[in-house]
Design a protein around this ligand. Structure first.
Ligand code: NZQ
Ligand code: ZN
Length: 391
């Protein structure tokens, strides 16, 4: 295990009715709020009215930025920054999934910066300051509610890029599983695939001696495997929604990555997919992940992939390679059982873009840590995933 520093600054208010904490949380930072949300799900399920009532009951002045799209755009960020500057906003409140939260994070940083917010993604500028940020989460997936990451798309350049800063970590997040009752089954499935992918990216690591991190990771994977089918069959099952919501949060808050090197190659490849085709992040990951696993499988990595197969899927094969392959098949079959597509061609990706995506994803120093990937590796993963090749 490697040395590490770890801090969890976000106050989590978890459970049914926890919106009762919202007024006093906001008032710690001021009375002028920008509320950031997506395409209207919070209006349809009544959460919007609850938030506005809290504003009204507490004398909070608020402006709104609505219509934040999945794979949030830099143009939405720019609109939000302008509102913050014009109206002297003191806190940004995201109400939604990872897209609204990520957009709100960069708005919070952009409000304290003179230049254009895209500079944070081109490394032209560092985030040195941000407005305080709060979130009300409505979809179990990204973990953005408790971390300092944000991923934004630039529609003009067809790029999707991430950045991270401790200034982007929310001050507080309200996690009420009831708000996820209305998440449609395809988003529940994609969100689960995203959570599991976050675990994989940290579990498949070259760092030895991380027994505790590995067992925590396996528990999170088993929770997803157990509860996602229940949440899809019974959308208002509180236990299932609560377990998925808390797992999503824990999977990317720094707990699993502490003390080890982490991979992230599958995410880097997926970001190129959603930059070019605007597909759902978790769906892209679900298709790519088994092909990434198969591609990195060799004599050296088989031990860890076999461990995954045995611990998470109960595979009893003695031979490492055979066990590893069985675990990969189980992973793909599980994603299919949630209703997710199994090939890139099924979701409208074109063969002719695979090379371009591989070029963009593969950096000169290589991708990943579990096994380093270069252009040809990425292309082969994309080609196999495109065809939905046999695993
Ligand atoms: O826009 P609305 O109307 O709210 O609808 C959304 C959207 O259509 C809907 N939805 C959300 N909550 C709902 C609901 N529908 C009904 N009831 C509810 N309670 O679900 C759709 C997807 O929402 P979105 O916020 O886009 O999903 P997600 O949370 O999966 O976020 C995806 C974005 O986060 C980035 C992804 O790349 C992608 O851009 N990521 C952010 C990370 C981070 N900040 O740490 C890490 C991740 O790996 C990821 O890259
Ligand atoms: Zn993700």
């Amino acid at each position: 295990m490697l040395n590490f520093n770890l801090q969890f600054p976000t106050r989590i208010h978890f459970g049914q009715g926890k919106i009762e904490e919202l007024g006093k949380e906001i008032l710690q930072y001021g009375t002028r709020v920008l509320m950031v949300y997506g395409g209207g799900s919070i209006k349809r399920n009544g959460l919007y009215d609850q938030v506005v009532q809290v504003f009204n009951n507490n004398g909070i002045y608020y402006k709104e930025l609505s219509g934040v799209q999945s794979n949030p755009r830099i143009s939405s960020v720019r609109d939000g920054v302008a509102i913050c500057k014009e109206h002297n906003i003191q806190l940004v409140l995201a109400v939604g999934g990872g897209s609204s939260i990520d957009c709100a994070k960069i708005i919070a940083a952009g409000a304290k910066y003179e230049g254009d917010a895209w500079d944070f993604f081109t490394r032209k500028a560092r985030i040195n300051e941000a407005l305080p940020l709060g979130t009300i989460l409505t979809l179990a997936a990204t973990g953005s509610e408790m971390n300092g990451n944000a991923v934004i798309s630039n529609e003009a350049t067809l790029q999707k890029k991430g950045t991270g800063s401790s200034y982007l970590i929310p001050q507080f997040s309200i996690l009420d599983p009831v708000y996820t009752y209305t998440v449609p089954s395809e988003q529940t499935a994609a969100g689960t695939a995203d959570i599991m992918s976050h675990v994989f990216e940290q579990y498949f690591s070259p760092t030895p001696g991380t027994f505790i991190q590995d067992r925590l990771a396996e528990a999170m994977l088993k929770t997803c495997i157990h509860y996602a089918p229940i949440a899809i069959a019974e959308p208002i099952n509180y236990e299932a929604r609560a377990n998925l919501m808390w797992t999503g949060c824990l999977a990317l808050n720094g707990l699993l990555s502490a003390g080890k090197r982490t991979d992230w190659a599958t995410h880097d490849i997926e970001h190129e997919l959603s930059a070019l085709y605007d597909i759902t992040h978790g769906l892209g990951l679900a298709i790519l992940t088994p092909y990434w696993m198969l591609h990195v499988l060799d004599e050296q990595t088989a031990v860890r992939l076999a461990e995954y197969a045995r611990q998470v899927w109960g595979i009893s094969e003695n031979d490492e390679m055979t066990a590893a392959r069985a675990g990969i098949k189980k992973t793909a079959a599980f994603f299919r059982s949630l209703g997710l597509a199994g090939s890139l061609k099924e979701i409208g990706v074109e063969n002719k873009s695979l090379q371009e995506m591989a070029e963009k994803a593969a950096s000169s120093r290589g991708l990943g840590a579990f096994k380093t990937l270069h252009y040809q590796d990425v292309l082969e993963i994309l080609q196999a995933a495109y065809e939905g090749a046999e695993l």
